[in-house]
Each structure stands twice: as structure tokens, then as C-alpha cells.
Design a binder for this molecule. Structure first.
Ligand SMILES: [Fe+2]
Ligand SMILES: [Fe+2]
Length: 219
């Protein structure tokens, strides 16, 4: 399959799979739970840190200046998201004293992404798919913030964080079209994409079982 058709096919498959991550009842189910925006923002800090670190981790072994610089840019964007969220938490009265976002270690998603060796798998999993998942989860979170009257947090996500995550996803699309040139690389991309979605679903289930968190913002 030619790369553009392959990416278009992957994109439409992703769209239908990602619908599983956004059941409408999830938000309703949690409205009565013990969730607070503050807790969810703390979860977001860990996601942003991991997203920043994984992009930095991949930069030295990426092939070509374009991809290296795209990863550097992403790493910086995610670090900025971390800072903006930390500042927002400060305004909400959480000074993060003693908070270690990695106190419970790296997530299975981070460990999986860190294990990927080829650019095509990394781009398919880390940018193209993980950022698409982040867009879905962040939009659920925005809805939750607005329902709870926290328009400032909603606006931070809507006007700054989401456009960046969209850009990261588009980077994934652009590089995937360059890298998924033959059947072998397309198979690698497809399976990396599937494993990433599986992990996101497993994490969502785990997060829900442990903390009744269904829609923590992503990366
Ligand atoms: Fe991102
Ligand atoms: Fe981010």
C-alpha cells in the first residue's frame, strides 16, 4: 500500500477504536465520585513528564535532523505543559510540596514506548497514536472542568495544550508517511499502534479500578 493510503487507513481505524476510550457514561459515572480537578491535574503532570522524557529519549537515536528536532520540540512542549499545569495547580491551592510525579515509577506505557527501537514504530505509537489518545482524554477532561465551573483550567487545555497535542499527532502523521514505505515497516507501525491502544485501555481500566479515574488528561 502506498504510504499516504496506509496512514489514511490507520487514521480511520484509530478513530473507530478510540471511540472505545470515550464512553459517554464515563463522565456521568464519575460526576458523583470523589474526583477533583486537582487530583486529575496531578495525574496529568506524570503524563506530561513521561511524554517529555520519552521524546528526549528517542532524539539521539532518531534518523535525520527533521525527526530529531521534532522530538526535541515535542519534549519542550510537554515540559511547558507540565509547568503550566503546575502553575494552575498552585492557583487552585495545591503547591505540590513533596510531590513526586514518578513516586509510583514509570507507567507500563512509558516502558513499552521506551522499548521501541525503530523510528517507524516510535512515530506510530508515540506521536500518531498516543497523541490521538491524549486529544480524546483531554476533551473529556475539558468537559468535566466546564461542568464543574473551572473555566480557567478548561481554557488552559482548550487554547494551549490541545493545539500542541494536535500538532504532535500531526507530526506523527507526517513522519509516518515518510517512514511507512513498505509492507515490513507498515506492519511494524500497525502493531505498535495496536499495542499502544491496548495499553491505554488497560491503563484506563486500572486507573478506574484504583482511583475511579476514567478520563485523566493525557500528554
Ligand atoms: Fe503531546
Ligand atoms: Fe502535553
Amino acid at each position: 500500500m502506498d504510504p499516504a493510503s496506509f496512514v489514511a487507513q490507520l487514521s480511520s481505524e484509530n478513530d473507530s477504536i478510540l471511540n472505545r476510550l470515550k464512553p459517554a457514561e464515563a463522565l456521568t459515572a464519575e460526576a458523583g465520585g470523589d474526583l477533583t480537578i486537582r487530583n486529575l491535574l496531578r495525574v496529568a503532570l506524570r503524563n506530561e513528564l513521561e511524554a517529555s522524557e520519552i521524546a528526549a529519549l528517542w532524539m539521539p537515536s532518531a534518523n535525520g535532523a527533521d525527526l530529531k528536532l521534532a522530538l526535541a520540540r515535542q519534549s519542550g512542549d510537554e515540559a511547558r505543559h507540565y509547568r503550566l499545569i503546575a502553575e494552575r495547580l498552585g492557583k487552585l491551592g495545591d503547591d505540590l510540596a513533596g510531590f513526586d510525579p514518578l513516586a509510583q515509577g514509570y507507567s507500563p506505557m512509558f516502558r513499552y514506548l521506551g522499548s521501541l527501537q525503530s523510528d517507524v514504530e516510535r512515530v506510530a505509537a508515540g506521536q500518531f497514536t498516543r497523541e490521538a489518545i491524549a486529544l480524546v482524554k483531554n476533551s473529556q477532561f475539558i468537559e468535566l472542568c466546564e461542568r464543574g465551573g473551572d473555566t480557567e483550567t478548561a481554557s488552559l487545555y482548550r487554547s494551549i495544550i490541545q493545539p500542541d497535542e494536535q500538532f504532535h499527532h500531526e507530526l506523527g502523521r507526517r513522519f509516518l508517511e515518510r517512514l511507512a514505505l513498505d509492507e515490513v515497516s507498515q506492519d511494524l507501525a500497525r502493531s505498535a499502534r495496536l499495542r499502544t491502544i491496548e495499553l491505554a485501555e488497560e491503563l484506563q481500566t486500572l486507573a478506574y479500578q484504583r482511583g475511579k479515574i476514567h478520563h485523566a488528561p493525557g500528554c
